[in-house]
Design a protein around this ligand. Structure first.
Ligand code: SF4
Length: 407
């Protein structure tokens, strides 16, 4: 029996748009092409990763060049490409579309759909082979598409090890279901369940500028100059994570999908065409390695993250700490314990330096300083620390004035 093929194509450093286009076309063709996927009259959803309003050069979001080339290939096959995305819980997808340069594609006549926009029709679909899910709510546009091409960014992820073409599919969910995946069902099993109902027929990974460390949004950009492509999304993710220096046991979403035979996760059963893993491999810094470098925690600052916390609160806390660090105010968090996500009880620490972040902890609201929101905004988290002014774009003077008034 022939092996599943995954294509690895390297570009030169800092490739031009034409060089990226050539690499995408070569990788797609090496991996078997879009025949049967992009056929006449078929609607093909192209799903980038626009997790947050950040440019592709940050390493956080898929380059519009890559989605444009995939869309062109779909059109060349006679299909109708639709680029569709819904960003992080609580974030504005329209802003993410603009920041990542997809508004240019719109201006050129490509369909770019914000799946969070008002009026997006949702349908509840059964998940007959679900382990965690029995049903899930999805945009009708995605459910009724003839095919899906996942076009993720090559990134580390603070919970899942990496986020690639499988994890990328969580971005088609409405926010309420994104939260449920984390705090009710568990992200590895529910993401594998999702794959059983909206399985991409092809994946093209943007590894031109990747992200290591504090992925999926706050990591460090890393030039890899790579495109990875294939028809088996599990195999594509297994090869890409190996390129990033990860073992499958570190990557919960890929491992779960492979264990359930939703694709091939065993590298010995995959034929890598184009370049080789060994030639392009680079060990990515893990999220947990980066966190202590990026945010020098002052003495006594502890972040307690429940097992089922979704990315919303975790990333809001990290984002707030980054802002405070930039404003040289990080030491104001010394001695605080910050809790987020579902919790059965509170840690045994002094209540006057205990900060509860997010509505998941609302039942404890009378027991410590509680910051409401799902997720809360940065200004309110900062207020929770006793800093009463906005630091959205780091309003340092206001904060320091406030501090000096109090001392
Ligand atoms: S409160 Fe925070 S952890 Fe809980 S569901 Fe909302 S964003 Fe997620």
């Amino acid at each position: 029996m022939s092996k599943t093929e995954v294509a690895l194509v390297r570009t030169q450093e800092q490739p031009s748009e034409q060089q990226i286009e050539a690499a995408v076309r070569k990788a797609v063709e090496l991996a078997g092409g879009l025949a049967g996927i992009a056929a006449r009259g078929k609607t093909v959803i192209i799903k980038p990763n626009l997790v947050a309003p950040k440019p592709p050069e940050s390493g956080a979001t898929t380059s519009p060049i890559i989605c444009r080339v995939v869309a062109d290939m779909v059109r060349e096959g006679g299909g109708r490409p639709i680029i569709a995305e819904s960003s992080f819980v609580g974030l504005d997808t329209e802003e993410a579309i603009r920041m990542a340069g997809y508004d240019r594609l719109r201006a050129e006549g490509y369909e770019v759909v914000n799946l969070k926009q008002k009026g997006t029709e949702l349908v509840t679909v059964p998940v007959p082979h679900g382990v965690a899910l029995k049903e899930v709510s999805l945009p009708r546009l995605v459910v009724e598409a003839d095919a899906i091409v996942s076009v993720p960014k090559m990134k580390t992820h603070d919970q899942a090890g990496v986020t690639l073409s499988i994890k990328n599919m969580k971005g088609v969910l409405p926010d309420a279901w994104k939260r449920k995946f984390h705090h009710t069902y568990g992200v590895f099993q529910s993401t594998a369940d999702l794959l059983t109902v909206v399985k991409p027929s092809f994946a093209v990974v943007d590894g031109i500028v990747a992200m290591q460390g504090l992925g999926p949004a706050f990591g460090e950009a890393l030039e890899m100059n790579l495109i990875v492509a294939g028809r088996d999304v599990v195999a594509v993710d297994a090869v890409t994570s190996a390129v990033m220096g990860f073992d499958l046991h570190e990557c919960g979403c890929i491992r779960e999908a492979a264990q359930r035979s939703l694709g091939v996760g065993d590298l010995s059963e995959i034929e890598v065409v184009g370049d080789t893993i060994g030639n392009v491999q680079h060990r990515f810094k893990r999220s947990e390695e980066a966190i202590t470098e990026a945010i020098p925690f002052p003495p006594g600052l502890n972040i307690v993250v429940g097992d089922k916390t979704c990315s919303g609160c975790r990333n809001q806390i990290l984002s707030t700490l980054f802002d405070l660090k930039e404003a040289n105010l990080l030491e104001k968090t010394a001695g605080w314990t910050v809790v987020c996500g579902k919790a059965e009880s509170l840690p045994e620490v002094s209540r006057d330096r205990l900060l509860l972040v997010g509505n998941c902890l609302a039942r404890f609201r009378k027991e410590a300083c509680f910051v409401q929101g799902c997720p809360p905004n940065s200004r309110d988290v900062i207020r929770g620390f006793g800093l009463t002014q906005s630091i959205g774009m780091v309003d340092v003077d206001a904060i320091e004035n406030e501090e000096s008034r109090r001392t």
